[in-house]
Design a protein around this ligand. Structure first.
Ligand code: 3HC
Length: 301
């Protein structure tokens, strides 16, 4: 058993360059946060140049939006743009001392991504995974140095949600954990250290709420009733909006992972898989405002 509590802060390693693997929406959101709060070079990578360009485009658009809102100065905007870069060459990660991934939520994919990046980085670089519910220990199974891997789980929308779950896997060293805590503090987020259990802390609870909401729909309660009841009950957003926010495929994956780990306690939802394939739960207007539900993919059992 690992000791509870945060390790000695003095063990934290300096972070002078950040590498981000994956240039999707989640990765792009936290790449922006890293560059704003750490003010160090941030390099992002993905499978091909078009994905990298899309991620970089998102970051540069968000920097422009911050400038337009008067949140940052012209100098700051220029500095942030200069600090961010994209690459498809892993050699550009050689001098990164904090490397975080948010690639597809599949164990084999994450294992291979880390095993590959380990060939390019220094011995002291820390690796972090933003996995939402996979085992951090298993993600690190192909690493030569699994002690350098830690879970670092952000929540959507990254700029707004104050929490990061720092997952202390069995092999995670105190130096790695201390570095993760120091990074979270620099990002001005609240970090909680969690055990390496399915769903960690938040998704374990959220999977219950989302699973029960989907199960109610699967078994005949209308979307409209569920949505209105849970919205007016006072949740910040209804479970169905939340599923669209996190991504329907990610949401389905979270439910599946919990159902696989605890079949008697968590639901999986065939409708959620159908909706994920379909791509949406809601009908929206041009500005993204909800008009109603798109039920073409839904089957009631
Ligand atoms: N992206 C970026 N910023 C956003 C955003 C988005 N999708 N949605 C809202 N914001 C920003 C707004 O720009 C605004 O910023 P500003 O004050 O600087 O202008 C701020 O958030 C507040 O927005 P609103 O006034 O629209 O406020 P709301 O009261 O509607 O709150 C919300 C929006 C914060 C998203 C709120 O609905 C909420 O808390 N929802 C629940 C979110 C949640 O539970 N997230 C966790 C999902 S689980 C997860 O991510 C883990 C994964 O592993 C599955």
């Amino acid at each position: 058993k690992k000791p509870a509590g945060a390790p000695d802060k003095a063990l934290a390693r300096p972070v002078t360059k950040v590498g981000v693997i994956g240039a999707g929406l989640m990765a792009s959101q936290f790449a922006l946060l890293f560059v704003r709060r750490l003010q160090v070079p941030v390099v992002i990578t993905d499978l091909d140049q078009s994905r990298v360009d899309k991620g970089l485009g998102y970051i540069r658009d968000e920097i422009a939006a911050l400038l337009a809102k008067g949140r940052i100065s012209h100098d700051e905007s220029n500095r942030l743009n200069a600090l961010v870069s994209g690459t498809t060459d892993k050699a550009d990660f050689a001098d990164a001392d904090w490397v975080i991934e948010a690639v597809f939520e599949e164990l084999g994919v994450k294992q291979d991504v880390f095993a590959e990046i380990e060939k390019h980085i220094s011995d002291t670089a820390v690796l972090a995974t933003n996995t939402s519910s996979l085992s951090v220990e298993q993600i690190g199974a192909k690493l030569a140095h699994p002690e350098r891997l830690v879970g670092f789980h952000f929540f959507n929308p990254v700029a707004v949600m104050p929490l990061i779950e720092v997952v202390n896997a069995p092999a995670t060293s105190d130096e790695t954990l201390a570095t993760a805590m120091a990074v979270a503090a620099k990002l001005k987020k609240t970090a909680v250290i969690t055990r390496d259990t399915p769903g960690f802390v938040v998704n374990r609870v959220l999977a219950k709420v989302l699973g029960e909401a989907m199960h109610a729909v699967d078994t005949g309660t209308s979307f409209e009733v569920m949505n209105r009841a849970l919205d007016r009950f006072g949740l910040p957003m209804s479970p169905f909006e939340l599923l669209e926010l996190v991504g329907l495929k990610v949401g389905a994956h979270v439910l599946d992972t919990h159902h696989a780990a605890f079949p008697d306690r968590f639901f999986e939802s065939a409708n959620l898989h159908r909706l994920a394939e379909h791509g949406r739960i809601f009908d929206r207007d041009d500005k993204g405002k909800i008009k109603g539900f798109d039920k073409t993919a839904v089957k009631i059992v």
